[in-house]
Design a binder for this molecule. Structure first.
Ligand SMILES: [Zn+2]
Length: 237
């Protein structure tokens, strides 16, 4: 029993270590976070401009298609104007021509605006793309020490994860399942050390009878209050 509890306690310790260190690795230090955010924004801006350019090109093609249709209509009405029979008909066709002229002007304005936007965005994109590799290199240089720290953490993590796999391989499936169920349910703390006769997780005193079983190492003892597995390391009570 003692061997199993030692293993479970070590397993929990390693799991918590991995969680904490993963968080360390993924949290950019305060003094670098502004630099990191600025660079990320520059990278994202390039991506956004690229996407907008594709969209604007599509909008321009669509507007040009509409313009061609309106111009076609305009020609058709002008042809009709020459063959109308009455002044009423004449007025009606003129009305149509008036309407289609307005649509042509609006669409021409839209095409022009899109062309201007595309031209400006292309220039902006080219300038940003030209300086991005240098900016990225400078950014990586500033983050060099942090990257070294991250790699060291990755090595710690790999070692801890391999130890976790090793310990898990040694724990019987039933106890392993019970342990993981408790880890899930109890906020990552399935097994609690006994400190000064109390559960170190919830600080409730352990009954003398439970303490005796713990010391005799006969079976798993759970905290009466928080229901975690109790771990007594043989020191004091
Ligand atoms: Zn407890």
């Amino acid at each position: 029993m003692s061997g199993l509890l030692d293993q479970l306690y070590r397993l929990q310790d390693r799991i918590r270590f991995v969680q904490a260190r993963q968080k360390d690795r993924d949290t950019v230090p305060e003094d670098l976070s502004d630099i990191d955010r600025e660079h990320r924004e520059r990278v994202e801006a390039v991506q956004r401009i690229r996407e907008r350019l594709v969209e604007a090109e599509a909008e321009r093609r669509h507007a040009e298609g509409e313009l061609a249709d309106f111009q076609e209509k305009q020609k058709k009405y002008q042809g009709q104007l020459r063959s109308v029979q009455s002044s009423r008909e004449y007025g009606a066709v003129l009305n149509e021509i008036d309407g289609v002229d307005k649509q042509i002007r609006t669409t021409e304005d839209r095409v022009l605006a899109l062309e201007e936007e595309i031209e400006n965005a292309s220039e902006d994109l080219a300038a940003r793309e030209a300086s991005l590799p240098r900016e990225t290199a400078e950014h990586e240089e500033k983050l060099k020490d942090w990257r070294t720290t991250q790699r060291a953490i990755d090595e710690e993590l790999a070692a801890a994860q391999s130890e976790i796999r090793e310990i898990e391989g040694q724990i019987p499936p039933r106890e392993r399942a019970e342990f993981h169920r408790l880890i899930e349910k109890k906020g990552g703390l399935a097994i609690a050390r006994v400190a000064s006769g109390s559960c170190s997780a919830c600080h409730v005193k352990i009954r003398p009878a439970a303490m005796q079983i713990l010391k005799a190492n006969r079976e798993m003892v759970y905290c009466d209050s928080c229901k975690r597995i109790l771990y007594w390391d043989g020191q004091g009570n």
